[in-house]
Each structure stands twice: as structure tokens, then as C-alpha cells.
Design a protein around this ligand. Sequence first.
Ligand SMILES: [Mg+2]
Length: 252
Amino acid sequence: MPTVIDLDGVVWLDAEPLPGSADAVAALRSAGHDVWFVTNSSYFTVAEQEDRLRRCGVDAAGRVLTSALAVAGLLHLEECVLVCGGPGLREAVQLAGAHEVTLDGSLAAGQVDTVVVGFTRTFDFDLLTAASTAVHAGARLIGSNIDATHPTPAGLIPGGGALLAAVSTAAGVAPVVAGKPEPAMIDLIRSRVANSDDAGGVVIGDRLDTDGALAEALGWDFVLVRTGVGVDAPPGVRAAADLAEAARVLLG
Ligand SMILES: [Mg+2]
């Protein structure tokens, strides 16, 4: 059965692995689950996410889908892209055969075709100005994800969705969003995960508005874990304390 596991707040909190995650993935795989890792984080490259999983004891080679990959599916060949984000979004620009334009004095706002926004810790007023000015001048605005917060061991910090909201507000334009639960990510999952059109499938995640909504869009089951943003499960939603318990719930 195709099984999509979220990363942030499910497998780890920032750089800190959550206990029991690797064993849970191994148990699901032993029982025949086709495990994929689907993250709304666009900060890391796919190889970096695979490395992070390997360090947690999970072999995920070729099994990681990021919102940056979903962004790549929305970019056009040879277009000029201003990136407000991390290495993952830069990789997406390359994968799409587009060109990243950088903030220097020679850049005219009208030369930017698309602004892409994801999580970065180096977001500042100059970048917000450049991004919103480019959109005012006609550039498309694409966000990798709407996640308002990012769970860390020290608590919640602003997520890529918070930065996207700043650009969107300043630009006066609603963004096209690529990550869970939007069509670009659903298309990516349908194109990469075998048997994803069949009835059975499950999403395990810590957010209702992204992971739960993804499960609903795919027509799959959903298990909410409480190790991330810590939302309560509404009536009818299956919940587990963590990924280890989610695996036990699924494996009966
Ligand atoms: Mg999460």
C-alpha cells in the first residue's frame, strides 16, 4: 500500500530525530507498505533530505518528494526566477531548466518572470522589497508551501508560509502554492508513487491543513501524529502519539 510519511514533526523536529521513527518505517516496510517521504519543506535538496534520513537510520534513496520538486513542475524552461528560499528551491530552478536571478544592482524588476518563496532564515526587507516589486512588475508568485510554522525542539518558529504571506501581502497577489495539499504536489505523487490511483493509501502527518488535506485529495486514509505542531484530532480523524504508534495503529 502506498504510504506517505511527512518529515517535519513526524520523523524529526528540525535536526533532532524523533525516537522510534526508523523502527516504525522498518515495520511498515516489512508489512509491505510502499513508504515515501513527502515534505512541504523546500529548504533542503532531495539529496540532503535523503542524507538526513540515512543519519536517522532510514534508507530513503529515491523516496523523498519535496515541495521544491513540486515547484519545479510549475516553472518554465529558460524563465528568470527570483528565489526567496534555500538550496532546495535553487535545485528546483535548475531541474526546470530555468535561470536563477540574484539580487544585485543590475536586476530590473521587469526581468523577473517568477518569484518563488519558501523557508529561509536569511529573509530580510531587501529581499521582500525585491520580490514584491518583481510581482508588481508582472512576475508570477509561487510559494512552495503554506505551513505557517516550523516545529523545532525549542518550539514553533515561522515557516515558509509566513514568509510567503509577507511577499503576497506586499505584492497584493495571491500565490500559486505547490506543496501539500495543492495540485502540483498531488500530480508529483501520482507520477512517482506506484499504484497511487488505486483505492488504498495512507498519509501520516502532523498537520490537518496540509497532510490531512492531502489524504483527502488523494482519497487515502490519514493518521495524525502529535509530535509536530500538536493539533488535536477532530472527530473521525485517527490519531497517534507519534510515528511509532501510527505504525502500530496501521499494522493492527
Ligand atoms: Mg509536518
